[in-house]
Design a protein around this ligand. Structure first.
Ligand SMILES: Nc1ncnc2c1ncn2[C@@H]1O[C@H](COP(=O)(O)OP(=O)(O)OP(=O)(O)O)[C@@H](O)[C@H]1O
Ligand SMILES: NC(=O)c1ccc[n+]([C@@H]2O[C@H](COP(=O)(O)O)[C@@H](O)[C@H]2O)c1
Length: 187
């Protein structure tokens, strides 16, 4: 059987932002279909992984639709939080439809996948200093509206609908908020 030409984009998507969209657009210039593999999907409501797997899948689909892609080219799959181990690489295979390449920037995970025989491609950085999940989560936790410009409009609307900034504020530790210069707002 001839499979459609596919590539996996492996990430946590916490939340889905414009850097992810840039990578996905480039993947779809070269491949017929994209598989968004949502990592650490069994973790939510933590500072690093505040959103559930379902919420992340929802953001991916909204953003890809907003960007004008036919969603029949967009596949989503999820992996539980795994030990960082060579054997874990094979979980990516069972969770994904047949694919020719896997796009991932995390150096440890990409090394493990490479050693397990995957065709690993590190995405070209696109304004990484602003388009990164860590910064966006910090802005959200400090109720700083700057996060809105860093995600697609439909994602911002979705995040508002689930009161995401309130969640981020409540789950972000005081020490983190101190780093953000928010100490005066704590009672
Ligand atoms: N601005 C960007 N330009 C290019 N690639 C990006 C960008 N942001 C993320 N990526 C790629 O997407 C992959 C998955 O991203 P991930 O979901 O971990 O988001 P992140 O922005 O790196 O989040 P965090 O800051 O929470 O680690 C990364 O390993 C990286 O290769
Ligand atoms: N314990 C884990 O399951 C674990 C830890 C770090 C990275 N990863 C995976 O690697 C991918 C990329 O990692 P980062 O999002 O940290 O760059 C993610 O999708 C994530 O799921 C998994």
């Amino acid at each position: 059987m001839k499979f459609p030409r596919r590539a996996i984009f492996f990430g946590r998507f916490q939340p889905f932002h414009k850097g992810h969209l840039y990578v996905a657009e480039n993947i779809l210039k070269e491949y017929e279909e994209i598989v968004f593999l949502v990592g650490m999907s069994t973790e939510s409501h933590t500072e690093r992984n505040p959103f559930t797997a379902g919420e992340r899948i929802e953001m991916i689909r909204l953003a890809m639709k907003e960007a004008g892609f036919d969603l029949s080219r967009v596949i989503t799959s999820a992996l539980p939080t795994l030990e960082i181990h060579i054997a874990s690489a094979h979980h990516a295979i069972y969770a994904s439809p047949h694919s020719e390449a896997i796009f991932i920037g995390n150096p440890i995970v990409s090394q493990i996948l490479r050693e397990a025989g995957f065709n690993v491609i590190v995405p070209k950085p696109y304004k990484r200093e602003i388009y990164n999940g860590t910064l966006i989560r910090r802005y959200m936790a400090e109720q700083n509206d700057k996060w809105r410009e860093l995600v697609p409009k439909s994602v911002a609307e979705f995040l508002d609908s689930i009161k995401a900034t309130e969640r981020l504020k409540n789950i972000t530790s005081p020490s983190e908020r101190h780093i953000l210069g928010e100490e005066n707002s704590l009672d």
